[in-house]
Every structure is written in C-alpha cells, then in structure tokens.
Design a binder for this molecule. Sequence first.
Ligand code: PHE
Length: 461
Amino acid sequence: MKEKSSFSGQLGFVLAAAGSAVGVGNLWRFPYLVAKDGGGLFLIIYLVLVLTFGFTLLTTDISIGRKTGQSSIKAYATMRPKWKFLGVLTFVVPALIMTYYAVIGGWILKYVVVYLTGDFARAAEDTYFTEFITNPSSVWFGLIFMLATAVIVYNGVEGGIERCSKIIMPMLLFMVAGIAVFALTLKYSGGNGVVRTGLQGLKVYLVPDFTGLTIPRFLQIILDAMSQLFFSLSVSMGIMITYGSYVKKDVNLNRAISQIEIVDTGVALLAGVMIIPAVFVFSGTEGMAAGPSLMFVSLPKVFFAMGAAGKYIGLLFFLLAAFAALTSCISVLEAITANCMEMFHTERKKTTLVLSLIYLIATAVIALGYSIFYLEVSLPNGSTGQLLDIMDYISNSFLMPFISILSAILVGWLVKPQWIIDEMESTGDRFYRKKLYVIMIKYVVPVVMVILFLQSTGIWS
Ligand code: PHE
C-alpha cells in the first residue's frame, strides 16, 4: 500500500491549520462583533474562551486525527463503532460549507479586480454590492475561486496544501500587520469640524464598554464569542481531524496547537486594529455594519475616503482577504476529499475531479440564490435568509454545537480523556494543560454547548 500522505513537519502543519482557521471569520466577523459587544469587554471574554474552549476542541480534533490516522467518518468509527454516525454528521458540515464558501471567495475576488482596474469610486456606492450579487454573471467569480481551490487540493497534501500555505500565510500576516499600523495613523475631519484619529479609534476597540450591561446582555456576548470561536478555529467540523491525520508522529502537538491558537487569534486581533479605527475615523461608531456589508459596503467607502492611498490599501486588503478565504476553502474541500477517499477507496486525483464537478454546480446554484433562485426563508433564530444563509445556518448554528456536545460526551465519558492525553504525550513532551482539558471536556463543554445549541436553534431565547 502507498504511504499515507502527510505534512513535511511541524511548520507545514501549523501553517496549513492556521490557513484553515484564518478566514473571513477573522476579517469581517470578529471586528464587527467587537464593535457590537462592548469593545474590550468582548476581547477579554474571547481570549478566555480561546484558552479554554478553543484549546479543548482543537486538542480533541487534532489528537483524534493523528491517533487514528483517519478522517472524521472512519476516525469516530475506530473510536467506537456505534459512533460512526457522529463521523457522518461531522462530514456533513464541510459538505454544506463547501457549497457557499467559494461564493464568498468569488465576491472577494471581484473586489480584487475592481481595485486592480481602478474602479474604486464605484465600489463605494451604496448599491454596488447588491447590484453585483443580484446579477447572474457574478457566478463566474465563484466558479473561478472554486476551480483554484480544486487545483490545489488535486496536487495533494504536501505538494498542494502545504506548499500554498507556506507562501500565502507569511504574506497574509505581513499585510494584516502593515494595514493595521497604517490604520492607526489615519486622521480625518468630518463636515462639522470634528477631527477623528486612528488612535481614538483604537480606544473604541480596546476599552471595555460596560454601558447598559445586564445579565442577559452579558450572556449574549458570551454566546456571540463562543460561536465566533468555533467558526474561527474550524473545529467540530472534521477539518482539524483530517489535518491532524497528516501530522507525523514526532511532532509535538502541544506546541503546534498553541501556535495555531496564537496565529488565529493574532490575525483576528490585528483585523480589529485594522478595521475598527479605519471605520471609526471616516464613518464614526455608526459605520460598523453587520456581516458581509462591513467588508463589501462600509470598507469600500472607507478606502474611497482615504483618497489616492485608498486605492492601494483597498487592493491590499481584498488580496489578503482572498488569500485568507482560499486557504480556508482548501481545508473544507480537503476534509470532504479525504473522507471520500477513505470511504470509497479511490485515489486523490479522481476523487478531486468528481468533487470539483459537484461543487462547481453547487457554487453556481448558491451564487444564483441572489438572482435566478432567489428565495426568502425565515430561520429559527429569527433572521431571514437566502440559500447561502440556509446552508450557513444548518452547518454553523445547528450542526456545529450539536457535534461538539456529542464529541465531548464520546471523548469525556466513553473513550475517556486519557485516550487524548496519551496522544498529546506520545512524543515524550508534557501536556501542560492536562487538568484543564479533563475538566473542560467532561463537564464544561457539554453543558455550555447545550445552552449554545438551544439558543442558536431558537428553542431557548
Ligand atoms: N475558520 C474560517 C474563518 O475564520 C472559516 C471556516 C469555517 C473555514 C469552516 C473552513 C471551514 O473564516
């Protein structure tokens, strides 16, 4: 039998896993939540959750992957044959995310083109984004993005995924840091003579805001931070199990996991330093729009207001966003590919070709969900959505919390935490946060995830 593919070493693994973790979630969702949920207050809560929940779930996924050497479906079946259903459920998450992630990647690609061709004044118009996505021709950008993803996955773990992450991730880190520093130097006087500076914006970002804080509001902030954390670390969706299965036995997982946490959180924090002061300087605190419109409507306005420099900063920003989205998109397709290869005993190239075909079609359908296939569905959490939001809702708000409850029960109570601890210490290194891990996986994760699940499905509000 052919030797199983793997990352070349710790660096390759950390960069690929960080590539999966760092995505649009860090760039648009995190800064928006900080602005909405009390600035530094959200930051403190988020950091505590990274060190407790994030660490626990990341450790669990990666250890399961490396120990079994398999992707989610087979890995859970290896742990407990009766729990194969959990593997299948986990597989469904990337299978659904894949239908829309390339669509978002395509939107970003469009803006890269807009800034390259110098049409950045038009991009700052209110209706530009809506006009773009409601035009069926926008499909092409999603298809190109999907195709690029497929080519990289087709080239394999070391030759495709690792190689691409090793080029992209350092550039991305450099660009985020650069734009963040630039954002702090901004200064702008609005029509009424009030001058706002980047440093004032930084204060809005960092200083905890306790005004109007009640207990329900505090709980809401914790839940926001928790669901952001899950999405951001790409945990409980089998992706980190697959990537873990490619890690060589001599890699110290303790160190690798801390590094992944640091890169993912670091980029999110820097994205905040880059976006919040910039939006604050040019649009005041009201400028922080929610979700996609922060990235595709508010930011283009900010870039336009910067004058000539805005054209280049805008280009840099959308390039880095495209990179972030690409390495995440790759990890989603890889998780699906790896599971299919193990289940059907097919080889990589053929598997990727078939999956690419399926997902090119899916991408087109979801992208057309804003034009030809437009529909409005009210979701259990109270919002109304199009096709993309439905997929997002099922995978992120419904399946992900559900999977982590089950996975915590399986690991904490049936297989027992020692199973994971053995893997973490298999290289002879010490598992520093062992006690924390045991308490988290047995008690805290199941209880808190049940609350998150009830809340995000609208059963408990
Ligand atoms: N972690 C990515 C982000 O922060 C999102 C993602 C989710 C990527 C699921 C892959 C799979 O944007």
